[in-house]
Design a protein around this ligand. Structure first.
Ligand code: SF4
Length: 480
């Protein structure tokens, strides 16, 4: 029998699995084999394969013309897709170049797109601004200043906004970090991935600890950074449990506030660069889970809260507090304490979101530019959300971000009888109850510490589209 105890409990035993402080110390091969299957990561619901090109520039324009006044704050995302070289594991939409011309031309287009968007947001204040990529640090200092000046000229910021940027720590100079400070960035995220030299060679991302430490020291001495995040990936070629622990030790010596520790998604049919990897050198599902479990325990001991699917934050970080209070949310920019802010996105492939739906810009640079030349929002596809989608999205996001919910909270929000509406889905949860992933009572679903490692599976019954999607091959990476 599974006995759920909260994380302060010393030891719990379930089916022979010892759980220290609520987390399992190991997960059986049987459970992994049973639940390791392709499934969405639920960074959105409905998931991207459902989106359609029936959502166009005109749909987006009409959405902007009818923006809700329910919130006077918003999030803004700028996508900067350029990188000087290709990391072979990378799943992002990137443009590899060392030439300045294409970058400078792209920034002109991005600024024009932002100018087109700005009049619709004149009654909203920007609470969160994020530059992602690609590597936004591939811009010159002049380009950083020019783009930020343009944003400040066209949009109004809320008080105490979060202004974040992703940087490649190998790429930046001390002067670049000073520039980030001078234009107002207060959140920095660095891609590290792994410090093991053999792994770095294989993934084409060679960077020395000493160089990264230098960059971190500059960040601490020259910027107003309130939050420093580092990204790592587990499951890369030649990675071992021991090697990943050494990487973690080095990373912790740099004192990040937050860590994103992503599960490497091996999808060579989508990302051809991944075909370079010899699949025999990729850790198995069991090895990956062992490395991740080690990481969860180790970081817990070192004062980091496991806040979500692949994210950790220092226990006094506002995200950890939001996780504990069950007020944490997630949008395309990551975990956040701000609920319900519309996200407006600019740049090639970028994705915006509101309660109305999802809007994704063109992936192809030339099409993106041609549409802006014609004063059209460069939307390629998206999805208009129905009330049914919004209810299911609420359920899935509460499972993902708040580890469950009380049925009456969903009932109040949506004026439904939860058990009647989700009668079928609740019956499909039985295996997860039996395997100890959730506790299901008459009025609540609560995800257990073991269930957090299988959370993508637990959400599947509530996904109206997955039954059809699972008939198609190669749509999603594996859930565990
Ligand atoms: S720097 Fe980041 S975005 Fe660019 S190729 Fe490497 S992992 Fe991808």
């Amino acid at each position: 029998m599974y006995v759920y105890k909260d994380k302060t409990a010393a030891m719990v035993v379930f089916k022979g699995i010892i759980m220290k402080q609520g987390f399992p110390s190991e997960i059986s091969r049987d459970l992994l084999e049973k639940y390791s299957k392709p499934g969405p990561r639920y960074t959105s619901y409905p998931t991207a394969p459902v989106w359609t090109d029936e959502v166009t520039s005109l749909t987006y324009k009409s959405h902007l013309e009818n923006l809700s006044e329910s919130s006077n704050e918003a999030s803004l995302y700028c996508h900067l897709p350029f990188c000087p070289s290709h990391c072979y594991f990378c799943g992002c939409n990137v443009i590899i170049t060392t030439q300045r011309g294409p970058i400078s031309s792209y920034i002109d287009y991005l600024m024009k797109e932002l100018s087109m968007l700005a009049p619709y947001l004149k009654n909203k204040k920007i609470k969160q601004l994020q530059w992602g990529g690609g590597s936004p640090s591939h811009l010159s200092e002049l380009e950083v200043k020019m783009l930020m000046d343009h944003i400040k000229d066209n949009f109004t910021f809320a008080q105490d906004p979060e202004i974040g940027i992703e940087i490649n720590p190998e790429q930046v100079s001390e002067s670049f970090i000073k520039t980030l400070k001078s234009v107002g960035f207060n959140r920095i995220s660095m891609g590290i991935q792994d410090f093991d030299e053999k792994v770095q060679q294989e993934i084409n991302r060679v960077q020395a600890y000493e160089d990264i430490k230098k960059t971190v020291d500059w960040v601490h001495s020259h910027s107003e950074v309130k939050s420093l995040n580092m990204d790592l990936i587990y499951g890369l070629p030649h990675q071992t449990r021991e090697g990943f622990r050494e990487t973690l030790d080095k990373v912790l010596s740099l004192d990040p506030d937050r860590l994103a520790i992503y599960h490497y998604a091996h999808v060579p049919w989508i990302k051809p660069a991944q075909r370079r990897f010899d699949e025999a050198t990729l850790p198995s599902g069991i090895e990956k889970m062992e490395a991740f479990l080690d990481t969860v325990h180790y970081l817990d001991d070192k004062g980091y809260e496991f806040i979500g699917l692949d994210h950790f934050a220092k226990k006094d970080d506002c995200l950890s507090k939001a996780y504990q209070d069950r007020t944490m949310h997630r949008n395309f920019m990551g975990y956040t304490t701000h609920k319900g802010l519309d996200l407006f996105a600019a740049g090639v492939t970028s994705i915006g979101y509101s309660n109305c739906g999802f809007f994704q810009n063109h992936k192809k640079l030339t099409t993106y530019q041609e549409m802006i030349d014609e004063n059209l929002f460069p939307v390629e596809k998206g999805y208009v959300l129905s009330r049914e989608d919004l209810i299911r999205q609420d359920v899935i996001m509460r499972l993902m971000n708040q580890e469950g919910f009380i049925f009456s909270n969903i009932e109040k929000e949506w004026d439904i009888n939860f058990k009647e509406k989700f009668h079928q889905e609740l019956s499909e949860l039985t295996p997860y109850v039996e395997d100890g992933f959730i506790k299901l009572s008459d009025d609540e679903i609560r995800v257990t510490p073991l269930g957090r490692f299988f959370i993508r599976n637990v959400c599947l019954p509530f996904d109206e589209y997955f039954k059809e999607q699972q008939k198609q091959k190669n749509l999603f990476s594996k859930t565990v």
